[in-house]
Design a protein around this ligand. Structure first.
Ligand SMILES: [Zn+2]
Length: 44
């Protein structure tokens, strides 16, 4: 039996910022590797 896409994503581990360990809120597309706070600290 196939899992629904919702179940599939729910079972994925939460993405965590490699810089500070903060859980990343995945509302944007997955190019975001770091949390908002760490991204804001980057020069670019
Ligand atoms: Zn971070």
């Amino acid at each position: 039996m196939l899992q629904s896409p919702v179940e599939f994503f729910r079972n994925l581990p939460k993405k965590v910022c490699p810089e500070c360990g903060e859980q990343i809120n995945e509302q944007a597309e997955s190019y975001m590797m770091e949390c908002d706070r760490c991204l804001a600290q980057k020069p670019e």
